[in-house]
Write a protein that binds this ligand. Structure first.
Ligand SMILES: C[S@@+](CC[C@H](N)C(=O)[O-])C[C@H]1O[C@@H](n2cnc3c(N)ncnc32)[C@H](O)[C@@H]1O
Length: 403
């Protein structure tokens, strides 16, 4: 592979924003990719994959390169040189890459790969928390899996098309996808590509949604005609799926504390042809009180650490702080306590997260069931989805039934 100067510079510029200015990798990457219209799909893939790789392996590469944060521009080039050397890519004779100690890089890689926090590139505190909660063996396997590049998974929008026809349509647009067992609406792309520019996407035939996430809406056991409240709806990944499962019949009330996310949900619902979703911003607790005991089904897709989706957002490893983890757990407890009141007698509640930590998952449900607000609920079923077992994101979901 020949390295192109403007592509490598784009990588270094993006890394600077992510590492030194606390920006999110996905957003910065999207901005970077708009920079030059002449870049083809290979150029774009090179930039995206290289940025993600270096973000993912930051701790390992920084130790090999012997550089410390905040990274100067020469240090960012050193990180890049480590990446390229480990990939077996011949380095060009640019002055930014002068004096790269190729042999020492490989030796240090072998040495550091013996130690989990370097091999898997994770902060010490996070490693300790995860070992304490999951045990050495499970955590080692899980973090290795979460460090792999995530596949692109689509959810067929059954309001408009079935999976087979969607697959054929995508094939006509030169995109190959395959179905996967036990995920009835899912199609996995054979090769990573920008699906948002396809006609099939513009027609609302699919959404991009990980396979594990696609298990949440069916787990709520909705039926056409029900009243369903999606309490942490965000931009509506699960609401849209619920609308499809309910065949557009009944009512979905999508709530979130951020109105701008609900606006995006509205846009997506329009494209998807989902007509039974109403959005309400939670400006105060009156919004919740009005719904007390009104819903057949309630979904709490709770805000969480995001540790189950590290393969999609590797920068979470560096942005997540122990204080935030404590904070988010108390938000989860509060949300469960408060929003469970929306369920009517005989109704069901699903609590879900994209975390793999028991303290955000089964322990939160146990805490709730032992609390005053949870006394009328019983646990009907739960799924603990680990990435190394499923091959997709780490997720948790529990279904509770109200007396
Ligand atoms: C895991 S995300 C939801 C993802 C969304 N359900 C989807 O499928 O696309 C969690 C959401 O909870 C929202 N949130 C955070 N605190 C909240 C609260 N106290 N009440 C309701 N929503 C909250 C966040 O804005 C975020 O959109």
């Amino acid at each position: 592979m020949r390295l192109h100067r403007n592509l490598v510079f784009a990588v270094v510029d993006t890394l600077n924003l992510v590492f030194n200015e606390g920006k999110y990798a996905d957003k910065e990457l999207a901005n970077t990719l708009k920079r030059d219209k002449r870049w083809g799909s290979r150029d774009r893939s090179f930039i995206a994959e290289t940025v993600y790789d270096i973000v993912r392996w930051k701790r390992l590469y920084a130790a090999i390169a012997e550089v410390k944060e905040p990274y100067s521009r020469p240090n960012l080039f050193r990180l890049f040189a480590v990446w390229a050397t480990l990939k077996g890519i011949a380095l060009p004779d640019w002055k930014q890459l002068e004096d790269t100690p190729t042999r020492r890089i490989k030796g240090k890689f072998d040495e550091l790969s013996q130690i989990r926090v370097y091999r898997e590139s994770i902060p010490d505190w996070l490693d300790q928390v995860a070992v304490q909660e999951m045990g050495e063996e499970k955590w080692s396997k899980e973090i290795a899996s979460l460090n792999k590049t995530a596949p692109v998974v689509l959810r067929t929008n059954k309001l408009k098309i079935d999976s087979k026809n969607l697959r054929d349509l995508l094939f006509q647009e030169e995109i190959e996808a395959r179905s996967i067992q036990n995920y009835p609406d899912a199609l996995v792309l054979e090769e990573r590509t920008n699906v948002f520019k396809t006609q099939a996407f513009k027609n609302g035939f699919f959404e991009v949604q990980d396979a594990s996430s696609q298990l949440v809406a069916p787990f709520l056991q909705v039926e056409p005609g029900m009243r369903v409240v999606d309490t942490c709806a965000g931009a509506g990944g699960k609401s849209l799926h619920l609308a499809a499962l309910m065949e557009n019949k009944g009512q979905i009330i999508a709530l979130d504390i951020y109105g701008n996310k609900l606006k995006e949900l509205k846009r997506r619902a329009k494209r998807a042809g989902a007509h039974n979703i109403e959005t309400r911003t939670i400006e105060n607790n009156k919004v919740i009180k009005k719904l007390h005991q009104k819903a057949d089904r309630v979904l709490i897709d709770a805000p969480c650490s995001g540790l189950g989706v590290l393969s999609r957002n590797p920068d979470t490893k560096w942005k997540l702080q122990p204080e935030f983890l404590d904070e988010i757990k108390s938000v989860q407890r509060e949300i469960l306590n408060n929003y469970s009141k929306i369920v009517k007698s005989g109704g069901k509640l699903v609590y879900a997260t994209c975390s793999i930590l028991p303290s955000e998952n089964q322990q939160q449900v146990e805490f709730f069931l032992n609390s005053e607000a949870g006394k009328d609920f019983t646990l009907e079923d739960q799924k603990i989805i680990l990435s190394y077992e499923s091959g997709y994101d780490g997720f948790y979901m529990a279904r509770l039934i109200k007396k």
